[in-house]
Design a protein around this ligand. Structure first.
Ligand SMILES: Nc1ncnc2c1ncn2[C@@H]1O[C@H](COP(=O)(O)OP(=O)(O)OP(=O)(O)O)[C@@H](O)[C@H]1O
Ligand SMILES: [Mg+2]
Length: 370
């Protein structure tokens, strides 16, 4: 699976660009503020329907312009997919997939899996559970076809239950109605997550076996409530027990919306134990392991977007990360200020792009290593 070309118009500081990509490595270089992250943002936006930098969709439209347009071609096995996206300042948007209008942005996400590693993802990932949960669920979304529908249904139920709690509605038939669906869907989500955990842990183990700092690495799933038998009755009871506390809080404090992926080395949480450089190595190991699982089980190779890899890493950590990356079958887009920060570590062929004031030029001529 590869993004073969991308046309951009009026996206951030990029007025216009027509790019042809390499199926393996794409190295995007340029000075600070030249437009490197903006290019990754455009790819991510096509895949996820939202930016990783802003929650305000109009922010990515080039200043003083009315709309942006992105148009991509993706090769997937024998198929060629054309994906177009347009958005204006009024908030009207249009997504077209092979010429047909797409109604749900999630339809694009299932088509083009993309994983991102940026300096912020490191901080967020080892901070709160939200990032880890999203990372974990992204894998499930691509590997387990039933996951997304159950996830959506659960979140609809959660919204209803939280609305009752927020309005301080006393316990009664309405809660019973929603709680019944809540516990059924929660148990199914937990089962899928638990199965996926085994797969991901095995892939991670294979990858990190010879990394000294990561020997004894354990992956655990905290479900979001006390799971002993794992059945619906158990969660039902816990919801009952925490009802008055939920009512006081105004939202549901137990359930799969609170799940977390716990990472430990020899029983200690990694963020208490490992250095920042070691945590970065671990973050890459997780992303590569997950990409490999998605490739094997989901039959799609996620694109990997890496922004600013070089910052804060010594040569040994960089070597380790490139060793992981060499095991990827995915297409990689990686940014750097200078090509020399990356090129010496690459064993595969790469295309090189130079970005300057929003102008992007491919500077290798034939796609071979420059
Ligand atoms: N909507 C917009 N319209 C025009 N320019 C924008 C818009 N949003 C951001 N910019 C500008 O786009 C430029 C490129 O930003 P970007 O973050 O892509 O740079 P970068 O190459 O990743 O830099 P760095 O190396 O510092 O990370 C910045 O100068 C920024 O001010
Ligand atoms: Mg940047």
């Amino acid at each position: 699976m590869a993004l073969t070309s991308l046309h951009l118009n009026d996206f951030r500081n990029i007025r216009q660009a027509q790019l042809e990509f390499h199926p393996d490595w794409n190295l995007i270089c340029g000075a600070n503020g030249s437009g490197k992250t903006s290019l990754l943002e455009a790819i991510y936006l096509l895949a996820h329907g939202r930016s990783f930098r802003t929650g305000k969709p109009h922010k990515v439209i080039r200043h003083e312009q009315t709309q942006y347009t992105l148009f991509a071609r993706v090769d997937w096995s024998m198929q060629q997919i054309a994906l177009g996206m347009q958005r204006d300042r009024q908030g009207d948007w249009q997504v077209r997939l092979n010429g047909e209008t797409v109604q749900r942005l999630a339809d694009c996400a299932s088509l083009l899996p993309v994983q991102l590693v940026q300096p912020e993802s490191f901080r967020l990932f080892f901070g709160g559970p939200k990032e880890r949960r999203q990372f974990f669920d992204l894998g499930l979304f691509h590997v387990e076809p039933s996951f997304y529908e159950i996830w959506l249904r659960f979140h609809k139920v959660l919204k209803q239950r939280n609305a009752l709690l927020k309005s301080r509605q006393a316990y009664g038939a309405q809660y019973q109605y929603w709680d019944q669906q809540f516990v059924e869907l929660a148990v199914r989500l937990q089962q899928l997550r638990q199965q996926y955990l085994q797969t991901l842990a095995a892939a991670l183990q294979a990858l990190t076996a010879d990394v000294t700092a990561l020997t004894g690495l354990q992956l655990e799933l905290a479900p979001g409530w006390q799971v002993r038998s794992g059945d619906a009755a158990e969660l039902w009871q816990q919801l009952q027990d925490s009802f008055s506390s939920d009512l006081k809080a105004g939202y549901s404090q137990l359930g799969p919306q609170k799940a977390d992926l716990r990472l430990k080395v020899d029983g200690e949480y990694v963020d208490d134990l490992l250095s920042r450089g070691q945590l970065k190595v671990l973050l890459f190991a997780l992303k590569v392991a997950q990409s490999n699982v998605i490739a094997q089980r989901g039959h799609k190779q996620p694109l990997l977007l890496i922004d600013d890899l070089a910052s804060e890493l010594d040569d040994q950590s960089k070597r380790q990360i490139f060793k992981f990356l060499a095991q990827l079958q995915s297409q990689v887009f990686i940014t750097a200020i200078e090509p020399d920060q990356i090129l010496p570590h690459l064993t595969q062929a790469a295309a090189l792009f130079h970005v300057e004031h929003g102008q992007i030029k491919r500077t290798d001529n034939d796609g071979r290593r420059t």
